[in-house]
Design a protein around this ligand. Structure first.
Ligand code: KIV
Length: 295
């Protein structure tokens, strides 16, 4: 008789993977949670080695990877493709697959179907979606399907047009109360964490205190349980406008640009490749080759 557990694959973490409940423990202990976006295997490997807890394959991929001017055009297939690359390299961090616009709004069934694809085909450990209101029911449906789901309130870029642009949210007493109610509703529906984006620090702190699950802030001050930044923003690899909450830890565009310009100059000058970049053939083989050419 087999003693193999009957747990579904999606519920069995890979060896070495951070257990999802550890995030709630971190909040209880007061340890801050580090999340960063990544969209390919090399970035995921670097983030893993740096010891982050969460890697978000965000729909910001639409802008920073695919050259769109908003997050709306990226498709579920494209997100799954990128998520698969990340999950191949991320061993310890939990990989959060972002559900793109149009893949969960229609119905709970659509949301569960998209979340299952993200886990099954992309290899994501958990998923994230934006918004509250009707989206609370989507979060409940996904959580009830045994897939971990992260909420996202405040500035939700997929609804930026409706919000009147990329603007900070929760800046009036009424809006702040609505934000708190939305975050509580997402928690009650089963979200294991909630992203707070572009929210006044004082409001984000109060929401964080009110929630049992961790909050992950971006442009929400230091009072949240964790922080997230977009890979290309923090490394200076995105040339479009960046919000004031972005801190640049490096300027890789300049470093990479200099390297490419030096390479181009050396190719044009004939100084690359050098001997050390070249394969050799023995004198006998070369002589035989030349003799063969002559005959
Ligand atoms: O898509 C994304 O990268 C995000 C973060 C900005 C939180 O949602």
């Amino acid at each position: 008789m087999s003693t193999r557990p009957r747990t579904p694959a999606a519920a069995t973490p890979a060896p070495g993977k951070l257990p999802l409940p550890e995030l709630a423990e971190m909040k209880r202990r007061g340890d801050r949670i580090v999340m960063i976006t990544a969209y390919d295997a090399p970035a995921a490997r670097i983030a893993d080695e740096a010891g982050v807890e969460l890697i978000l394959v965000g729909d910001t991929a639409a802008m920073v990877m695919l050259g769109h001017t908003s997050t709306l055009p990226v498709t579920l297939d494209e997100m799954i493709f990128l998520t698969r690359a990340v999950t191949r390299a991320a061993r310890r961090p939990l990989v959060v697959g972002d559900l793109p616009f149009g893949t969960y709004e229609v119905s709970d069934e659509q949301a569960v179907g998209s979340a299952i694809r993200m886990v099954k085909e992309g290899g994501a450990d958990v998923v994230k979606l934006e918004g509250a209101g009707r989206m609370v029911s989507r979060v409940r449906a996904i959580a009830d399907s045994n897939i971990g789901v992260m909420g996202h309130v405040g500035l939700t870029p997929q609804s930026a047009t409706k919000l009147g642009g990329f603007k900070a949210q929760g800046r009036t007493a009424t809006a702040a109360k609505r934000l708190l109610d939305d975050a509580l509703a997402l928690q009650e529906a089963g979200a294991f964490a909630v992203v707070l984006e572009a929210v006044p620090a004082a409001v984000a702190s109060r929401v964080t205190q009110a929630l049992e699950v961790p909050t992950i802030g971006i442009g929400a001050g230091a009072g949240t349980n964790g922080q997230v930044l977009v890979w290309h923003d923090m490394l200076g690899m995105y040339e479009g406008p960046t919000p004031r909450f972005v801190k640049r830890y490096a300027d890789l565009s300049e470093t990479i640009g200099d390297a490419v310009a030096r390479y181009a100059a050396e190719v044009r000058a004939g100084t690359f490749p050098e001997d050390e970049h070249t394969y050799r053939i023995t004198a006998e083989e070369l002589a035989a080759f030349e003799a063969a050419l002559e005959s």
